[in-house]
Design a protein around this ligand. Structure first.
Ligand SMILES: *Cc1c(COP(=O)(O)O)cnc(C)c1O
Length: 424
């Protein structure tokens, strides 16, 4: 069930009409539904109940403190990719002991911070990184828990920018090098080798590639066990896709995917380890927050042309980068359904770049001043926003039933250059 729906021809977030939000907070504004967020998270958490499993929300998808706080209260862990994200988790009341740290370029300062805060695990992506973590841990008199991000070379059949598990990818350790890399890790004095992980890509509608990658991790865990390297956890990464309204196949339901992972893991543990369980970690981002948010915007001008008609809106590529960055197709809905001629428009923002488009060839009946909602914009929306063209980032609002909470106020232009100084 979606928590964004039309009621009497007006698009609502839960029971709040979006025009009321635009009146109160202006536009463009990101609007999130708390009920949708909880529904998605519980899709992972419910089948995990009573098991040794942890859902580490990949917070780069949407890292607003209010979102993190809600998920932390639900028991979520967090998958982070920077020291800044760790500080956000802590500021939101999240438990550093449930944090895993991913990414190919962890700095010495970030590793120190993570060790001081006592994170659950570093997901290590290269041999030099293993040495760096070992050195920092030794210097601080600590032991660093590590997992290797293995590249299972499975084709996720997704956009090349979001495929991460192929041989040519910058991420992870090649499957063929994994055994040797584990041996090196096990020989380093300040590391505890605790796990294995992978993350093969994003927006996967079918879970077959995810399960194929899981099988390859299982194979490697068995090989390592035969050498006496016993792992405590298996991290299957994130990547589950969501329905952007493109009319493609529907994505696999979260609960179905999670149940299939557990079924495979249980059958394998029963066969090879007398049923002794292993901790299973998930790193979902998009599938938790994607359909939790919309980007509310208003129409400034209609600009008909010989070849194209443009609908110029007050949101732009700095607010929502996915179309410009990945040619992503995002659904655009009128907030108030109106009668009138339907015209085909390209939806563009005011930024001085031809790449500044949000949607192309959309049939809309709109007039200047109308509100539009870019649907399924909760993931990789606000977190990828920039201040290009000295545009303040949009406000963020969380709806909970009939209540509306401002969770990030709009940036004022003066704040955007407050850190700068002229040379006297
Ligand atoms: C981005 C990322 C995720 C989340 O991916 P989604 O497609 O949003 O689920 C998980 N793990 C790692 C290492 C990532 O970089």
């Amino acid at each position: 069930m979606s928590h964004f729906s039309y009621q009497d021809g007006v698009l609502h977030a839960e029971s709040v009409p979006l025009p009321a939000i635009a009146r109160q907070f202006g536009s463009p504004t990101y609007v999130y539904s708390k009920a949708q967020l909880l529904q998605n998270f519980r899709g992972y958490a419910k089948p995990s109940q009573g098991r040794d499993a942890l859902v580490c929300y990949a917070m780069k998808a949407n890292s607003n403190l209010a979102i993190l706080d809600i998920l932390a209260r639900e028991g979520a862990g967090f998958d982070i990719v920077s020291g800044g994200e760790l500080l956000r988790v802590i500021a939101a009341g999240g438990d550093p002991g449930k944090v895993i740290f991913s990414g190919v370029g962890k700095t010495v300062a970030e590793i120190e911070l993570a060790l001081e805060k006592g994170i659950l695990c570093f997901n290590v992506e290269s041999i030099p990184e293993l040495h760096r973590i070992n050195d920092v841990a030794g210097r601080l008199g600590k032991r660093a828990p590590v997992s290797l991000r293995v590249n299972p070379n499975v084709d996720p059949k997704t956009h090349p920018y979001i495929a991460t598990g192929l041989k040519a990818s910058k991420f992870g350790v090649a499957f063929s090098d994994a055994l040797d890399t584990y041996r090196s890790a096990a020989a380093l004095p300040h590391l505890d080798v605790v796990g294995i992980d992978c993350h093969i890509g994003s927006q996967l509608l079918d879970d077959a590639p995810l399960l194929e990658a899981l099988d390859k991790l299982i194979e490697l865990i068995d090989t390592l066990a035969a050498e006496g390297i016993l792992l405590h956890h298996l991290d299957v990464g994130g990547g589950l896709g969501i329905d952007y309204g493109t009319g493609d196949n529907a994505p696999v339901a979260i609960g179905d995917y999670v149940s299939r992972v557990f079924a495979r893991v249980d059958a394998w543990r029963a066969e090879k380890y007398e049923g002794k369980p292993i901790k299973v970690i998930f790193e979902p981002g998009r599938s938790i927050v994607g359909n939790t948010g919309v980007l509310l915007m208003s129409v400034e001008f209609l600009k008909p042309g010989e070849e194209k008609n443009f609908c110029v809106v007050d949101a732009a590529m700095n607010d929502m980068a996915r179309p410009a960055l990945y040619q992503a197709w995002m659904d655009v809905k009128p907030v108030q359904q109106r009668e009138g001629a339907v015209v085909k428009y390209d939806l563009v923002g005011p930024i001085c770049e031809s790449g500044d488009w949000l949607a192309r060839d959309r049939e809309l009946a709109v007039e200047p001043g109308d509100l539009l909602a870019m649907m399924t914009g909760g993931a990789y929306g606000f977190t990828m926003a920039s201040n290009y063209n000295t545009r303040g980032r949009a406000a963020e609002v969380l709806v909970d039933g009939d209540k509306v909470h401002l969770i990030r106020r709009r940036e004022e232009p003066a704040e955007l250059f407050a850190l700068e100084s002229v040379v006297k």
